[in-house]
Design a protein. Structure first.
Length: 401
């Protein structure tokens, strides 16, 4: 169907405009009048030249959360699903996401279920999203499920930002330190070396070491960049293997400071995801299968899958999770209480809230703990280079004196 650009006015005199697909211009005008908009201008949209690049770009989670919340509001207001998707597609600024929404609308209009249409776009709508939509469609509570999904996505993104903020500060400091040292070694140290040679005096050991490092870096600087690229490439290849991912994820959880933070993040994500699924009516075994895929760590994923296998044999959820040794005792106890009282979803929500606050505290503690270490690192590295260069000058000054 052709796409039309339109402008119109509401009953209150407000000007609105947008783009919509319609069989014809007259059909579009009828559709707009049904929405309470009097069309003033309708014109076919010109064909745009589309260049397809072999770049896979994911839709941002924030855009998915906004789409989900708006769709829930429209369905709750009584708008048909196809019409709601049509309106959201016309308002979407991201061209790729707009195309996806239109394809979903066409599939739904052609007789597919909403969940079935979503499953055709797994890179945008994951298994968690589609399974919750299935539960919402079957239970007739799609609007409530979409609100829960929007809340879940927003909280998951907030948790991810907290972890990133903990890593950005030390990363920036170390990067700046490395750049400063490289500039000193390549441009500044050679000037001192020329000056020392002209003086013809013997140099102290720290100065000789720094001069040797400077010569090495200046000689092989062009090899450092491809070497680093190759190192990153082989690391990523290794991490994609089953053994590599298992080994690295296990080591990450054992790190002194970051390991504790990652474990708290994983527990919060586990509780939030499973709580959302259980409260939406998804069976516990299906829920654990979905949660294992969103764990973000192979060690925790294995623990969840082992727990799922034990639950299938008739055990409670708390028992196999306790045997894994990953989940804290408080989490096990709260899950056990939730199972016995029939309030597992609310208990999981409380666990998620608690550990998200714990992540906040851990991020603050991590920043406070890293600051003195970073200052010492900067002082030792940059200060050591500067002092080693000034030692011969001090010797010359004392000799003259």
């Amino acid at each position: 169907m052709p796409i039309y650009k339109w402008e119109g006015k509401t009953a209150k005199g407000m000007t609105k405009k947008g783009e919509l697909e319609a069989p014809s211009e007259s059909a579009l005008r009828v559709h707009l009048r049904q929405q309470g908009i009097i069309p003033t201008k309708v014109a076919p949209k010109g064909k745009e030249i589309q260049i397809s690049l072999p770049i896979k770009r994911k839709v941002k989670q924030r855009a998915i959360a906004i789409f989900t919340r708006q769709l829930a509001t429209m369905i709750d207001a009584g708008l048909p699903l196809v019409q709601s998707l049509d309106v959201l597609a016309s308002q979407q600024e991201d061209k790729m996401f707009k195309k996806i929404i239109r394809e979903i609308r066409e599939d739904v209009e052609g007789g597919s279920t909403f969940a079935g249409a979503l499953r055709k776009h797994p890179h945008t709508f994951n298994e968690l999203y589609t399974n919750l939509v299935v539960a919402g469609e079957e239970g007739g509570i799609l609007d409530n499920i979409l609100i829960r999904l929007a809340n879940y996505i927003e909280k998951a993104e907030a948790l991810k930002k907290k972890v990133k903020s903990a890593l950005v500060y030390p990363g920036v400091i170390v990067t700046v330190a490395v750049l400063v040292v490289m500039i000193l070694m390549i441009f500044v140290i050679p000037v001192f070396e020329t000056m020392f040679k002209s003086a013809g005096q013997s140099l102290p050991l720290p100065t000789l070491i720094v001069l040797s490092i400077s010569k090495f870096i200046k000689k092989y600087i062009l090899l450092f960049i491809p070497a680093m690229i190759l190192l990153v490439y082989f690391f990523r290849r290794f991490y994609r293997t089953e053994y590599g991912k298992t080994l690295i994820d296990r080591l990450l959880l054992k790190l002194p400071v970051f390991g504790i933070l990652l474990k708290k993040v994983s527990v919060a994500r586990f509780a939030r995801t499973l709580g959302t699924l259980v409260s939406s009516g998804v069976p516990i075994l299906d829920g654990l299968h979905i949660v294992s895929k969103t764990a973000g760590n192979r060690t925790i994923e294995t623990a969840i899958l082992n727990a799922r296998a034990s639950i299938r044999e008739g055990e409670t959820i708390a028992e196999p999770l306790n045997r894994s040794g990953i989940f804290p005792p408080m989490v096990i106890q709260m899950i056990s209480v939730g199972e016995s009282t029939g309030a597992l979803d609310s208990m999981l929500a409380k666990i998620a809230d608690f550990f998200e606050e714990e992540v906040d505290v851990a991020v603050g503690n991590l920043t406070s703990l890293l600051e003195p270490f970073l200052m010492i690192f900067l002082g030792v590295v940059i200060g050591g280079v500067v002092i080693s260069m000034y030692l011969p000058i001090f010797q010359m000054a004392s000799a003259i004196h």
